[in-house]
Design a protein around this ligand. Structure first.
Ligand code: MRU
Length: 337
């Protein structure tokens, strides 16, 4: 993702087209930004944080071109901020730059650039901390990792969170193989994580989501590492649907289940996972595959995009600030105070 100054546009890799095509989308108006967020052209909690910032700049520039009132601008900024509900980073990013609106677009862009720089630094630091924790808590070498969804550079501003830890472990020569869950219904694992692992030269398998529990319980995995969309005060964690099943299998197999996220994903105002708003997406995403209907015409799809893993199933949560082994008490150490 980058800001293109000459065309005053937010430029995004169109993740819906990967891995077959590497295409870019230029966003110069709020409708395009909101549509890109909702169609998952751009996705992943930390990436959405940066889009929240730049989306405010897009709204201001469109408002200047079209002569919007202050009320209209405010409502368009809120459309960006609230375009998807579960990842706290989107609202966090928009809210972080909103106080700069009075100083003009340049100030909003400077703050958005700062979100990008800080996110990459956070990803790299949490990757070091996470790799250290895993090597101290896993005996098998090299390590066999399972991951779910996509948490690499596509999902962030650079480097990655859970996949960032995998990259760090790989750089240290400590990765045997990664089992990447395909992540139905939108295939972030097989389309995006596999694409990133391929580029990094990290050995991997793509497996059906339904294979994850068995792969773990057969002893083929040493640690599961996932990202997060929102981490509540007590450590309960919302992430891509299917994550809690992976956590249950890890608990049964007695292997660590690790959550990795920058501190911008920690929402201390949300007391527990029960209050996290889980996005319910269109049922057609489940009753079809790559646009082709796979269920009978009358079948209705149930399509929660995320689930909540309770803190008791999480071995460690890693941010750039700390590694917390959650016990139900406050995880504020993950956030700089
Ligand atoms: O619906 P998505 O693709 O935005 O869901 C993304 C996830 O669940 C990721 O695991 C999470 O945002 C962390 S990305 C570093």
């Amino acid at each position: 993702m980058e800001w293109n100054a000459p065309s005053e546009a937010l430029v995004l890799i169109d993740q819906t087209k990967l891995p077959s095509e590497l295409e870019y989308l230029e966003c110069r108006d709020v409708d395009t930004v909101v549509d890109a967020i909702q169609r998952l052209v751009v996705r992943g909690a930390p990436a959405l944080g940066a889009v929240g910032g730049y989306g405010v700049a897009v709204a201001m520039l469109q408002g200047q071109r079209e002569g919007w009132s202050a009320d209209r601008l405010e409502s368009e900024v809120l459309r960006v901020r609230d375009a998807r509900p579960t990842a706290v980073n989107l609202a966090w990013g928009a809210d972080r730059v909103r106080p700069f609106m009075a100083q003009g677009v340049a100030a909003v862009l400077t703050e958005s650039d700062a979100i990008m720089v800080e996110d990459e630094a956070a990803n790299r630091e949490l990757s070091r901390l996470g790799a250290d924790w895993i090597l101290a808590n896993v005996t098998h070498r090299p390590v066999r990792v399972l991951t779910h969804c996509n948490t690499g550079f596509l999902a962030t501003t650079a480097w990655g969170t859970a996949l960032g830890i995998v990259r760090e472990l790989h750089d240290r020569g400590e990765v045997e193989v990664v089992y990447a869950d395909e992540t139905r219904p939108l295939l972030q694992g097989s389309r995006l994580t596999a694409w990133e692992l391929d580029r990094e030269g990290i050995p991997y398998f793509v497996q059906a989501d339904g294979a994850a529990a068995s792969t773990i319980m057969r002893g083929l995995v040493d640690v599961a590492i996932i990202g997060a969309d929102r981490i509540a005060r007590n450590g309960d964690t919302a992430n891509k649907i299917g994550s809690v099943g992976v956590a249950l299998a890890c608990a049964d197999a007695d292997i660590p289940f690790v959550v990795a996220a920058p501190s911008s994903t920690v929402d201390l105002e949300t007391v527990s996972g029960e209050s996290i708003h889980i996005e319910l997406r269109a049922g057609e995403e489940v009753t079809s595959l790559a646009g082709v209907r796979t269920a009978p015409d009358g079948a209705r799809g149930f399509n929660p995009a995320f689930d909540v893993t309770p803190h008791r199933l999480i071995s460690a949560i890693v941010s750039e600030q700390a590694v917390v082994e959650p016990d139900g008490s406050d995880v504020s150490a993950l956030v700089q105070q």
